[in-house]
Ligand binder design. Structure first.
Ligand SMILES: [Zn+2]
Length: 189
């Protein structure tokens, strides 16, 4: 469906609840803004994950990047979810250009309207499978802490955080405990 069609449908739809708008003349511009927001929030739709650059290293510890603060729209209400994303990596001869971690997170959040679970998996897969991390790293861990506006402002109206974690490869106990200690330093979203 092209934007023009979408615009017409939305205009019709919002006019059916025109009484709920303080000023009915706002609807036209609101529809334009709504479409702009939805396209912006899915701006990496149909684009492949960012190409990763790997650098040789002898480092054998854990590299942790975060919090990467970003947002996406939940698929059930199209309301924002604010997230802090943490990625931990244990190299196996190679390390990753760190800005690519951020780019991968941004890409995963804006690919389409998805659940936090899906986005967590998407980041892990993009770094491990598609990005070739499985041949260059011992393991990775991706953790997302999300604040879901759809839970906070409507329905149950509860202010809480949702945490999702994905792991690939092997992360030993020592590295895992460093990651957990690091995570505990940061506030909730
Ligand atoms: Zn929702």
């Amino acid at each position: 469906m092209d934007k023009e069609n979408l615009k017409n449908y939305l205009k019709k739809a919002l006019r059916t609840i025109r009484d709920r708008f303080d000023n009915v003349s706002d609807i036209e511009e609101t529809v334009n803004r709504l479409i702009k927001v939805w396209y912006e929030m899915s701006e990496s739709f149909n684009t492949p994950p960012p190409k990763l650059r790997w650098f040789p290293t002898e480092f054998e510890g854990i590299l942790i990047k975060g919090p990467i603060e970003y947002s996406f729209l939940c698929p059930h209400h199209l309301l924002p979810v604010f997230v802090k994303v943490y990625v931990g990596m244990v190299p196996n001869g190679y390390t990753l250009g760190i800005s690519k971690i951020t780019r991968t997170v941004f890409w995963a959040c804006r690919k389409n309207f998805a659940l936090q679970e899906t986005i967590t998996k998407r980041i892990a897969d993009a770094l491990w499978e598609e990005g070739g991390g499985k041949n260059k790293l011992r393991g990775i861990i991706v953790e997302i802490i999300g604040k879901h506006n759809c839970e906070e402002i409507r329905g149950i109206k509860c202010d809480s955080n949702v945490i999702t974690i994905e792991k690939r490869g092997k992360i030993n106990k020592r590295h895992l405990s460093i990651f957990i200690q690091f995570m505990q330093k940061f506030e909730r979203v």
